[in-house]
Design a protein around this ligand. Structure first.
Ligand code: CDP
Length: 245
């Protein structure tokens, strides 16, 4: 019944006693809020890798303005720590939680450049793995199921129509229904960021694709929670990629 899974298995369960749910997808596909809810429902911890890229960007901007390079970004990143808060972790810099700072528009404009820096990617990956060590976690990002946790127990790739992603992001940001012109502007920004992030935004072969365009947040959370329960129970997963031979 409990025979150890061979190390070559594509899903190595119980690695150091942890269960990892990886949620990847493009900008504003709802990864973070979904991951947070899923973590709460399952009693897992949520680790938001994007928040770390944003934190490194925010510190680099405040140290050197827009002209910062990789050594500046790395020196700044070294000053950031992760603080466990309820079901999640928040980046902390100089004793203060960074949540507001990392959502600033200039951070969103610069973050894709920082995310291309090899050293920064190593720094984020190390922190994410450390935060997840020995824990049941839901981790969201772009490359969690491919690079950070290639043996995650459950991998989900979230997509949604860009217009719908833009509409949701603006509604969340402003707390009101955006106009079509606002959505069109935001759609353009999202599509540009998707293209800058394209190299690392990769759907793992064994990830389950969920298109959330016509789903409510509660529905998408429910789907992932149900999948996690099936995977945790050790039942075989639905075939994520029927085209595979
Ligand atoms: O929530 P949103 O889609 O706006 O982005 P995020 O998850 O906060 O990530 C911010 C940025 O970090 C992305 O635009 C990517 O450039 C980068 N990122 C990445 O390269 N790899 C990850 N695993 C997570 C984020």
């Amino acid at each position: 019944m409990t025979a150890p899974t061979p190390p070559s298995s594509p899903r190595v369960r119980g690695d150091r006693g942890s269960f990892v749910v990886a949620i990847d997808g493009p900008a504003a596909s709802g990864k973070s809020s979904t991951a947070q809810w899923v973590a709460q429902r399952l009693g897992f911890r949520h680790v938001d890798s994007g928040a770390l890229y944003r934190a490194a960007t925010a510190v680099a901007l405040s140290r050197a303005g827009e002209s910062f390079d990789e050594p500046v970004a790395l020196a700044g990143a070294d000053e950031i720590t992760l603080r466990p808060v309820e079901h999640s972790f928040v980046p902390v810099w100089r004793g203060a939680e960074m949540e507001e700072m990392i959502r600033a528009p200039e951070v969103t404009r610069q973050v894709s450049r920082v995310a291309q820096m090899h050293g920064v990617r190593q720094w984020v990956n190390a922190h994410v793995r450390l935060a997840a060590e020995g824990q049941h976690v839901v981790v969201d990002g772009r490359d969690i199921g491919t690079v950070v946790f290639p043996h995650a127990d459950l991998k989900v790739f979230l997509i949604a129509d860009p217009w719908e992603r833009a509409r949701r992001r603006l509604t969340q940001r402003h707390g009101r229904a955006p106009s079509d012109a606002e959505i069109a502007d935001e759609t353009e920004r999202l599509v540009q960021r998707d293209s800058k992030d394209a190299t690392q935004t990769v759907q793992a072969k064994d990830a389950i694709l969920i298109d959330t365009t016509y789903l409510t947040q509660a529905e998408q959370v429910e789907r992932i929670v149900s999948l996690a329960r099936v995977f945790e129970g050790g039942e075989s997963a639905p075939d994520a990629d029927p085209a595979r031979g």
